[in-house]
Design a protein around this ligand. Sequence first.
Ligand SMILES: [Zn+2]
Length: 303
Amino acid sequence: MRFNPKATIDKGGMRDAGRGRSGGGLSGLPIPSGAAGGGIGGIILIVIIFLVVQFAGGGGGGGGTGTDTATDRYNECKTGADANESADCARALVEDSLSAYWSNTLEPQTGTSFSPTEVVTFTEAVSTGGCGNASSAVGPFYCPLDKTIYLDSTFFKEILEGQLGGSGGDFVEPYVLAHEYGHHIQNLLGTMGKVKTQQGPDSDAVRLELQADCYAGMWAKGAMSTTDAKGVKIFESITRADIEEAIDSAKTVGDDRIQEASGGEVNPEGWTHGSSKQRVKWFETGFSAKSIASCDTFSASQL
Ligand SMILES: [Zn+2]
């Protein structure tokens, strides 16, 4: 992946919340059975956004987080050249690309009007605007109530590559951001209301997650055509090797792989996101999709 050095970064969608004190952390959330504690257990919660919705309202913060201090982490991010040098600037420009892609795609294809999400980075812990307090252990997640993606950027090296053994690469984070952005699109479309069954290989939860992977694939395909506010192309290149990195990450966060990594047995009844194979399949379905309708995991008889 290489950004076009001439592209201009609009960092309006980015905010860094600084370092929060962990101690509370989405305490109302149950760790799904079968999951080990600690980091790996947390991973299972990565993107179980409907759980966040369900339980954050009721339980809320069991323990407080410290006062977050906003930082100027994105201050120096001005051009694609900066994005080629800095992971923070790259994140900001990927967010621009996602927002450009969906703003050109959502309404023409569905009639639903688009509004962007915000991406909030944090260290250790964060107080969200609608989903209570979260610690880094939950992994990147989308909070539908404040329409915001939250992530601690240490997740990629420490958890995804470290504990789960993903191969890494600079297209890993764009894939995860695109998946979370997919949840934002689902939120705008009202898809989250369809989730009635929350666990198991054919559950609505799994269908929601696989659909977010499918939307991530759509963006990965369309990203090369996205432009900044002046119409300048955001990317100079996205190679097949980049796409392979995204596919490897999708594999890495499959429920079966996580269950194995946490020392448990593979038990499909505990699945909430889908198997490695399914996650790869739906990312690829999105990559070759003609329209958003191809990502209808809720009607699919075979996931
Ligand atoms: Zn998800």
